[in-house]
Design a protein around this ligand. Sequence first.
Ligand code: NAP
Length: 290
Amino acid sequence: MAGSENVVAVLGTGIMGAAMARNLLGAGMEVRVWNRSREKAEPLADSGATVADSPKDAVDGAGFVITMLTDAGTIAEVLGEDTLSGLSGDGIWLQMSTVGLEGNEQLAGIAGEKSIAYVDAPVLGTKAPAESGQLIVLASGPEELRPRCEPIFEPMASKVVWLGEAGAGSRLKLVVNNWITGLLGVLAETVALAEALDVDPARFLEAIEGGPLGAPYAQIKGKMMIEEDFPTSFSAKLARKDTGLVLEAAGERGLHPLIAEAVARRFDEAIQAGHGEEDMAAIFEAVKLH
Ligand code: NAP
């Protein structure tokens, strides 16, 4: 790859962004990283990244900018007025955070105002798949950008699904996250019910394992609930954010998803009880409150 095609700015080196940046470095890309709390970006220097002092320093002259931050408001704030203008002439913004429908429109609008090519590319998969380069990218945006984006996605992903116009990726991402958070909510209540009925919840997980009811996800998150130990792959706080995005999008289309509403309430309770930074499986702590 020549020139700026090899240069990627990663804004946000939290759980996901740090792992993604590391895989880009492993693939031989020139990676500049920026993070609000610099100490989370600095370890990437050992793998060859340049730690930038500002988002603008990271982006100046890069061929790609990846945003992997909390939400659309944060991304807009971090980009400010002039960060994107430093991107190379035909540079591409790969927006990979989960921002929902309105968030995606807001960010696509910012890209449009600045005539920057924009790809809506949220991801499926959490900390471990991000570290092992096994994410699934739900990409949407101009078809002609696809060949240039593929080498950037390739080191981070086991699969890239191209879905059409920008926005399609964020829509599918919300659908999948509704499934994930709903499953998590009912899993928490099932583990709590087992305990209340003097059924060892480990027996419940054994009973469903390997059959059509035994989602691997239930095994992973169920064990966390049984042990009440929640090392963070995806924080309860961000899962609550995503449930909010689902409720907002559903409400605008005349749906009233009661399960998502209940899950949002449980997340609120878990966060209020101090579990917001723990893994989303800590929703279990809210179920146990009542
Ligand atoms: P994370 O570890 O909490 O990282 C969040 C990032 O946003 C950090 O870089 C944080 O900076 C930054 N940030 C938050 N508020 C900010 C502000 N006001 N100004 C500047 N920077 C700010 O989150 P993550 O798990 O990597 O998730 C990142 C995105 O990917 C989110 O949209 C999430 O929904 C999505 N996602 C996550 C997963 C997952 O399993 N973890 C999976 C798929 C998608 P500091 O370090 O300074 O706080």
